[in-house]
Design a binder for this molecule. Structure first.
Ligand code: HPA
Length: 273
């Protein structure tokens, strides 16, 4: 038995008595993006530290709790705060909640993140649907012993983001009056932001936006055949020829200003799932 299997079982056994195993949609909320929780009719909130084998969110802007409840008629699990590689966690730890959500019965996964915009047309506050990604993080959540219980050894990544979910997100954005752009996300380890030369390089290799999360979760979601979609909120404009210093406070503020719009879009989609 793969060690992860017993860990997932322990987490599921802990969570099941709270009657949370009906959740159909999993949601991972990124930096500064927590307002969606206000749209959830909450049945239970559980801090990560209570759950076996969950890590602790060490980032101040991430609360570190699982929220169970409903959006419309759809039962959901929302992660208010995620784990990042730069916090020192292994990729297995970062992606553990995704495996637990799947084991609890989640059928679709929505993720959000804050990202730097590298495509010149992307402006602060824009929302961008991930169409594809480039993984520049140094570790992989699937490295090591594999169990066929989870999926294949070499998961296909020709279409990492579910097309149907993407279409629903675009239509939902349109319906609630916003425009969802499309782009390629580059995942970097962080925690420092990039140099001008690095932004230039990331743009050159095909990146439209850059951030420090999401891709590990998406890799695991693909392995376990959990259809997923992700949206970036552009928090800073990364033009290497005109780069301004940016602080995490500004990033959180811009994300916070867009949070309401992104929440409306997610709510609209979740209701249809
Ligand atoms: N780089 C990396 N991660 C980020 C950025 C950025 O410019 N903005 C928000 N997250």
């Amino acid at each position: 038995m793969h060690p992860l299997e017993s860990q997932i079982e322990a987490a599921v056994n802990f969570l099941s008595p709270f009657n949370v195993d009906k959740a159909r949609v999993g949601i991972v909320l990124g930096t500064g993006l927590g307002q969606l929780v206000q749209h959830i009719v909450v049945s239970k909130t559980i801090s990560y530290y209570e759950i076996p084998h969950f890590s602790l969110s060490t980032v101040e802007s991430h609360k570190g709790q699982l929220i169970f409840g409903k959006i419309g008629e759809t039962p959901v699990i929302a992660m208010q705060g995620r784990f990042h590689y730069y916090e020192g966690y292994s990729m297995q730890q970062i992606t553990f909640p995704i495996r637990v959500m799947k084991a609890l019965g989640v059928e679709k996964l929505l993720l959000s993140n804050a990202a730097g915009g590298m495509r010149p047309a992307f402006k602060k506050g824009d929302m961008v649907l991930l169409d594809d990604h480039i993984n520049l993080q140094p570790e992989n959540p699937l490295r090591g012993l594999n169990s066929t219980v989870f999926g294949v050894r070499f998961p296909d990544m020709s279409m990492p983001y579910d097309e149907e979910l993407g279409k629903l997100l675009k239509a939902a954005a349109h319906k609630v009056g916003y425009f969802l752009r499309t782009g390629v996300y580059v995942a970097v380890p962080g925690p420092n932001l990039e140099t001008r030369a690095e932004y230039r390089f990331l743009r050159m290799i095909g990146g439209d936006m850059v951030g420090m999360s999401t891709v590990p979760e998406v890799i695991v979601a693909n392995q376990i055949k959990l259809p997923c979609a992700a949206v970036s909120v552009i928090t800073d404009e990364c033009d290497p020829d005109n780069l301004h210093a940016v602080s995490i406070e500004e990033i959180i503020e811009v994300a916070g200003n867009t949070d309401r719009k992104l929440s409306e879009i997610f709510v609209e989609v979740v209701k249809q799932l």
